[in-house]
Design a protein around this ligand. Structure first.
Ligand SMILES: O=C(O)CCC(=O)C(=O)O
Length: 351
């Protein structure tokens, strides 16, 4: 599978070979599926809905989207727009602080959390925070030492609770749809944590499309991505890049490497990247649901058969996966461009 700009046809801003925005709008097959969460919620509360009914169709569409794209938009998700806008405004308040101030919360080489300033294709501000209260309070004081940071803490907590609920609901529906015993997933559900990440891509004046975030797969079970109205996200399907056009009031959902391991490769994590914006700056916010560090992830029994379907990956702890990821990110930067999937290093055949 190709992973560099030059190797891959681009469907966003690649003049000549790619379809125009007008064509993209007409041809919905070039866009990721849009699913209605209200239908999905009804279908999961009505497990025995008749095949072919509207409810069973909602579930089937979800499984089809998971298999074919590994990503989709959901509408009617019930997360208030006001909350999303409040969270976006808070991230912009942080990114608008002077650089010396932001660097007081700098992410260290050994941490997942903190502020990062990158100057790749254009300036990029990144802030990652965990869902534990102590971490939220720590960064509230770092960014706003002189003012009461209660607004910071309240907004992050409200947002992470709403996004956690939605992520679990979606995972439950997928698990049920795949015929997996819910108890097999409960082990992971009990021991989850989350990372919230905000990316602020400054507008570049480049005449060409340049990469903002290099191609990668997300590590956890599921990611919810909130985009503003500026396009930039692209996903890989069948060896081609597709632009994920922002949809108002919709949340983009990706599945990550841990769901790929849990379903023994039945569902694949989606490769994606972002382009640096040229007309307007762009803010994206990701909510990543991941296991606790010591949780051992392995395939659900329903997807394993020692003869015809052996496990694709050896069982491993989340912390092992993260350490490998950190090593690839720091040590080998610029020297060796690893395949964007860290899962390759956990293939069962290699051990
Ligand atoms: O900016 C985007 O749309 C993608 C963000 C992303 O993939 C990430 O933060 O890992």
């Amino acid at each position: 599978m190709s992973s560099t700009v030059s190797e891959s046809p681009e469907h966003c801003g690649d003049k000549g070979s790619s379809p125009s925005l007008h064509e993209l709008e007409l041809d919905t097959s070039l866009q990721i599926p849009i699913l209605d969460m209200a239908d999905l919620r009804r279908s999961s509360s009505n497990r025995h809905c008749k095949l072919g009914s509207q409810l069973s169709t909602a579930k089937e569409e979800l499984l089809k989207a998971c298999k074919e794209w590994g990503t989709f938009h959901i509408v009617n998700h019930a997360i208030p727009m006001e909350l999303i806008e409040r969270y976006q405004a808070l991230m912009m308040k942080i990114f608008s602080l002077p650089l010396e101030h932001k660097l007081k919360a700098k992410r260290s080489q050994f941490s997942v959390f903190g502020y990062e300033y990158r100057q790749n294709s254009g300036p990029l501000d990144i802030f990652q925070i965990g869902d534990q209260d102590a971490i939220i309070h720590y960064y509230a004081r770092k960014f706003f030492p002189d003012s009461c940071p209660s607004e910071f803490c309240a907004t992050i907590k409200e947002c992470k609770e709403a996004l956690c609920k939605l992520s679990i609901e979606l995972l439950d529906i997928v698990i049920e749809g795949l015929g997996i015993n819910p108890n097999d997933f409960d082990v992971y559900k009990r021991d989850m944590q989350a990372v919230l990440r905000a990316n602020y891509y400054h507008q570049t004046d480049s005449q060409e499309q340049v990469i903002g975030l290099t191609p990668h797969m997300d590590g956890g079970f599921i990611t919810l991505l909130l985009q503003d109205d500026v396009a930039g996200l692209e996903v890989m399907k069948d060896g081609e890049w597709f632009c994920v056009k922002p949809e108002r009031n919709a949340i983009c959902v990706h599945f990550g490497d841990m769901l790929e391991v849990f379903t023994n490769g039945h569902l694949k994590s989606v490769q994606h990247r972002s382009l640096a914006p040229t007309t307007k700056s762009r803010l994206s916010i990701g909510y990543f649901l991941i296991p606790l560090d010591t949780v051992v992830v392995s395939a659900a029994p329903e997807f394993v058969d020692s003869k015809s379907n052996p496990p694709m990956f050896r069982p491993f702890k989340w912390i092992e996966y993260m350490e490998l990821h950190r090593y690839l990110r720091s040590g080998l930067k610029g020297v060796f461009r690893p395949n964007p999937s860290s899962l390759l290093f956990f293939k069962a055949a290699d051990f």
